[in-house]
Design a protein around this ligand. Structure first.
Ligand code: ZN
Length: 469
């Protein structure tokens, strides 16, 4: 019998959940799939996954799920987001990146802890309802006197029950230094580094089944000094955590880098210590062959955000070329001020469709590759591929049951095609560390109606404060 030791040394039986009769896409190294199979969860981990019914005689089974009419996949992993933007959605709707940023910075600079908590609940709720089991938030706006913003976001994720990476962001290059954010919206170099180190020490958990991790994440070349990039990379490596930032998002950013640094974004990242297998970068739209080769050589990861790139007219990232070169690529919603839906399961479809508009046309991505981006690829770029991202015995039990026998999907024979090409599939059950987070499309650990009210209230409060400033 599987067992685990309690702190006083006594052995206790591990509770099992048995799920049977589902189609399964494991997203393991061989893309193993079962037309009808089972998953056995023991405690926090997957004990077995395979064809047919679960083994007979399992002890301590606390729940049996007949998953007929479902596809089971690894839980989706979001690799780039800005939760606070949940309360500034639907603004600056017809702008490119730089116009959009300068339109919104003055409002964003007025956020406080109460707002970021509500916005995190909204962002996390929407992600979780759509099958996300690991979320991330790149937060980089810390107005003076705004309270414990990082703590409020981490609390919201813990309450929702999803696995979480907080990328502690920062900005110190304001308008007076040639940057894009207004002067009052940035931190000092020393202040940003000290607060980031404090956040890592307080919240980062390096254990196998960690629910909270922290990354060091200066915002972008056009809002961060070269010194903060350089010292941020050193800090992350000294603390043993991952590094995250935005890169190569638009032609305007490329021009900015050439004018200010005399080189393109990838060379700038290389010169400041920002290429490596402990780094992942959002967007990477404007990459030439040698940029992609540099990412592949160093193991630098990419968070591909197709809807946001379309919304801000940034362009189409060369994902097929990155994958062929061996670059780890995950999917990202990006902040919901540039992707109002805030859903990741629809990004599987958008990634596939948008990449087919690029050079490789219909050969760009297929359904299995899109699913891999949203699962195993995400685990890779977050540095957690040993623990999550595929359904394999010994890995953590983060998984989703997609209902595919309803009106939206029943007439599509192939389950993976149904979920990727079809409408957003309803989530019947999702587990994180073996613990249910969503059942029958509803959040189990949060009140959706209360979140709808609080996010509306906080959006209105922020708009009033910003209008008065
Ligand atoms: Zn972003």
């Amino acid at each position: 019998m599987a067992a685990s030791a309690t702190p006083d040394g006594t052995e206790v039986a591990v509770e099992r959940i048995v799920i049977e009769n589902a189609a399964i896409a494991t997203v393991d190294a061989d893309d193993t799939e079962y037309a009808s199979g089972h998953v056995v969860v023991a405690g926090k981990r997957i004990e077995s996954v395979g064809a047919g019914r679960a083994p007979e005689g399992l002890e301590n089974v606390v729940r049996r799920v007949d998953a007929t009419g479902h596809l089971i996949t690894p839980g989706l992993i979001n690799t780039h987001h800005h939760f606070y933007q949940w309360i500034t959605r639907g603004l600056a709707t017809d702008h490119n990146l730089f116009n959009w940023l300068t339109a919104l910075y003055p409002t964003w600079a007025r956020i406080d802890e109460q707002m970021t908590y509500a916005a995190a609940q909204g962002s996390l709720g929407m992600l979780a309802r759509g099958g996300v089991t690991t979320a991330m938030d790149h937060h980089y706006v810390f107005p003076r006197g705004s309270g414990d913003i990082s703590g409020s976001i981490i609390r919201a994720a813990a309450e929702m029950g999803v696995r979480f990476t907080l990328a502690r962001g920062s900005m110190d290059r304001s308008e007076k230094d040639g940057g894009l954010p207004p002067d009052f919206a940035v931190e000092s170099l020393e202040g940003a580094l000290a607060a980031t180190e404090e956040t890592v020490k307080k919240h980062h958990d390096a254990s196998f089944d960690a629910m909270t991790q922290v990354a060091v994440a200066p915002c972008s070349p056009f809002s961060v000094s070269t010194e903060l990039m350089r010292q941020g990379a050193e800090l992350g490596r000294r603390l043993g955590v991952r590094l995250h930032t935005h890169g190569s998002e638009t032609v305007e950013e490329e021009r900015f880098c050439h004018e200010l640094f005399g080189m393109g974004p990838t060379d700038y990242f290389a010169s400041t210590g920002w290429l490596g297998d402990d780094v992942w970068m959002a967007h990477c739209v404007h990459m030439n062959d040698s940029d992609i080769a540099a990412f592949a050589r160093t193991g630098t990861g990419v968070a591909h955000c197709p809807s946001s790139n379309a919304r801000l007219a940034a362009g189409i990232a060369r994902v097929p070329d990155m994958l062929r070169a061996g670059v780890p690529v995950g999917l990202g919603v990006d902040g919901t001020a540039s992707n109002e839906s805030g859903e990741l399961h629809t990004e599987l479809r958008n990634a596939l469709l948008i990449n087919r508009l690029g050079a490789h046309r219909e050969a760009a991505l297929n359904a299995r590759q899109a699913l891999r981006l949203g699962t195993y690829g995400g685990a890779q770029v977050l540095g957690r591929a040993a623990q999550i991202g595929s359904l394999e015995a010994g890995k953590l039990a983060d998984l989703v049951l997609w209902k595919i026998d309803g009106i939206g999907h029943a007439s599509i024979a192939d389950p993976v095609t149904a979920v990727v090409f079809g409408a957003a599939a309803p989530v019947t059950l999702s587990l994180v560390n073996g613990r249910p987070v969503v059942e029958d499309g509803r959040l189990l650990h949060a009140d959706e109606d209360a979140i709808a009210r609080s996010t509306r209230d906080e959006a209105q409060r922020l708009a009033r404060i910003a209008a008065g400033s």
